[in-house]
Design a protein around this ligand. Structure first.
Ligand code: ATP
Ligand code: MG
Length: 362
């Protein structure tokens, strides 16, 4: 099997490398400052775990390679303005939005979008960074240099957030996981849950949207679509042209993980629809030190990224999967006693989702 170079050496690259092992695929995560001579890029398929990168001798050389999958798609998707324009051109619903170019726009923006809006940097934001929640009273919190660099969106009073992780291969075949329900706080994903039998109506809607996007772009590999649920309709929040935090549960809750699926799709290997037989829960570990006692729970799969622990930094995640909702609940109750109190909201939210799941069987 051909080796794969991944631009970026964070946790996504690490998990792609782990997924390559059983397939016999060597995966080389690459830091943007790594030395070109040390990388077998000329004999590899090239992919990325990041959407934007600075121009360095290494990134320029990689970007010259025809084997860089989706290479020409990244600029369009990594920029919020062009991403929104793409979605508009495909008549796919997003939160109503406008480019933010001048402070004189504000009266008209509040009239059109309502008195609660979110300003988002066109590039470079993640985990809620580069975003401001704006009302007519707090306009002064916006940095002066934001004009021309941001979009404004209506704040959506959503019922919940879901994401769809899917993949497309070179022949145009598209496959999907069941929708994942996500809890974000302060813009950071805290917890996710997925069920083997998703809400059919939402699932069909989401699959149609994501397959339209992937097909239009001629995209190959895993792509993730984040959505808001509004009544029984989905609005697209944003797209990530890569494996995604909300798909981490697939490492233990699916017969093929999102990481393996991405490697298969870009290597032109078969991509059957993964089997999902259990309810799967993921809790992000954010700024929390490793506690070996988590491992005393048989349902807990720990994925630790070996990063320095800092506030608000994603340092690992816990996956729990079972056919028995009660078994998951029992484990969540115990894990709650082994985590700091800031996890109480996430665990409370997961428990509520389990009660209202499409397969509540106990
Ligand atoms: P990511 O880490 O997923 O890349 P991000 O920093 O790019 O996140 P978004 O996904 O745009 O940011 O927003 C983060 C979260 O903020 C969303 O998941 C949602 O909870 C909230 N949010 C963003 N846009 C809106 C909106 N228009 N209305 C309501 N809430 C929103
Ligand atoms: Mg997001």
């Amino acid at each position: 099997m051909k080796s794969i170079c991944v631009l970026g050496n964070g946790q996504l690259g690490r998990m792609l490398r782990q997924a390559g092992e059983p397939l016999g695929i060597r995966v080389y995560p690459i830091g943007i400052d790594d030395k070109l001579e040390t990388i077998p890029y000329q004999h590899s398929i090239i992919t990325t775990e990041i959407e934007r990168w600075p121009e360095t001798p290494l990134t320029c050389e990689l970007a010259r390679q025809a084997s860089f999958i989706n290479r020409d798609i990244f600029p369009q998707l990594a920029e919020r303005l062009s991403q929104k324009q793409l979605l508009d051109s495909l008549a796919l619903t997003t939160a109503p939005w406008q480019p933010l170019t001048n402070r004189t726009q504000w009266p008209q923006l509040f009239t059109e979008l309502g008195d609660f809006v979110i300003v988002k940097c066109r590039t470079g934001g993640y985990d809620g960074r580069g975003q401001w929640r704006i009302t007519p009273d707090n306009l002064s919190i916006l940095p002066a240099e934001i004009y021309g660099q941001a979009i404004v969106e209506k704040a959506i009073p959503f019922l919940g957030e879901v994401s769809l992780v899917g993949a497309r291969n070179i022949n145009g075949q598209c496959i999907f996981y069941p929708l994942t329900y996500n809890l974000h706080q302060e813009g950071i994903l805290r917890a996710s849950i997925a069920f083997p039998q998703p809400d059919k109506k939402l699932q069909t809607q989401a699959e149609l949207m994501l397959s339209t996007i992937m097909t239009k772009l001629n995209y190959v590999g895993v792509m993730t679509m984040e959505c808001f649920i509004l009544n029984d309709k989905l609005l697209i929040n944003e797209l990530a042209p890569r494996v995604h935090n909300s798909g981490h549960w697939t490492q233990n809750g699916a017969s093929i993980s999102q990481f393996e699926l991405h490697l298969r799709a870009i290597s032109n290997l078969p991509i059957p629809t993964p089997n999902i037989e259990t309810t799967a829960v993921m809790i992000n570990l954010i700024g929390t030190a490793l506690n070996p006692a988590w491992l005393s729970l048989p349902l807990v799969h720990l994925h630790w990224y070996k990063k320095d622990v800092r506030p608000a930094r994603k340092v690992g995640h816990l996956n729990l999967c079972s056919n028995s909702q009660q078994a998951i609940k029992n484990s969540l109750n115990t894990i709650q006693t082994l985590l700091p109190s800031e996890y109480n909201d996430s665990i409370g939210w997961l428990n509520t989702k389990l009660i209202h799941s499409p397969r509540h069987d106990e």
